[in-house]
Design a protein around this ligand. Structure first.
Ligand SMILES: C[S@@+](CC[C@H](N)C(=O)[O-])C[C@H]1O[C@@H](n2cnc3c(N)ncnc32)[C@H](O)[C@@H]1O
Length: 155
């Protein structure tokens, strides 16, 4: 399956790709799951990608990166238990008060519209706690940058 580059602007795929590039840049050990929801749901799992958003978009449109069927629920189900998961949200518990583990930790971040109510309910059902970086809402791709600036000095 290939990715339509037109989605970069109209479908705001840029938000998700910018996020992935920043998350992979923040830590060499990062693994990113991009969940694309629309008429059907797809998951792109990325590791060891070094490059720009344009480079990532090109790799996807050429079919160089695998795109699989799957949903946020599938990703959470697969990681739950083995990885400490947090849902990043302004309304969550202030990160300064939380002992975030230095390994086997995962952060769930919404796109420009945030997560759907159904996805939030699903995360609640899995017992995934909300973690806040403050009350100000940030762009998705700011999140890995802010998170690593808070967490790296602690670890
Ligand atoms: C642009 S925001 C989405 C805003 C959307 N209107 C909403 O109400 O969720 C993108 C994502 O970044 C994360 N985020 C933004 N600001 C945050 C903050 N202050 N603390 C924790 N997570 C935040 C959330 O996961 C959010 O879904």
């Amino acid at each position: 399956m290939q990715v339509d580059p037109n989605n970069l602007v109209e479908g705001r795929m840029d938000v998700v790709l910018d996020f992935a590039v920043e998350a992979l840049r923040a830590s060499k050990e990062s693994e990113v799951y991009m969940v694309m929801a629309g008429c059907s749901e797809h998951v792109i799992r990325l590791r060891d990608f070094e490059g720009t958003t344009t480079g990532l978009a090109r790799a996807l449109s050429r079919g160089d990166i695998k795109v699989e069927r799957g949903s946020l629920r599938d990703v959470v189900r697969a990681l739950h238990g083995g990885v400490t998961l947090y849902y990043l949200h302004e309304s969550g518990r202030w990160i300064g008060d939380v002992d975030v583990p230095p390994a086997r930790v995962g952060f769930i971040v919404g796109d420009q519209d945030g997560l759907s109510v159904q996805d939030e309910d699903m995360l609640d059902a899995f017992g995934v706690p909300r973690l806040s970086l403050g009350r100000r809402p940030y762009l998705s791709w700011f999140i890995p940058v802010i998170l690593s600036s808070i967490l790296k000095p602690r670890w």
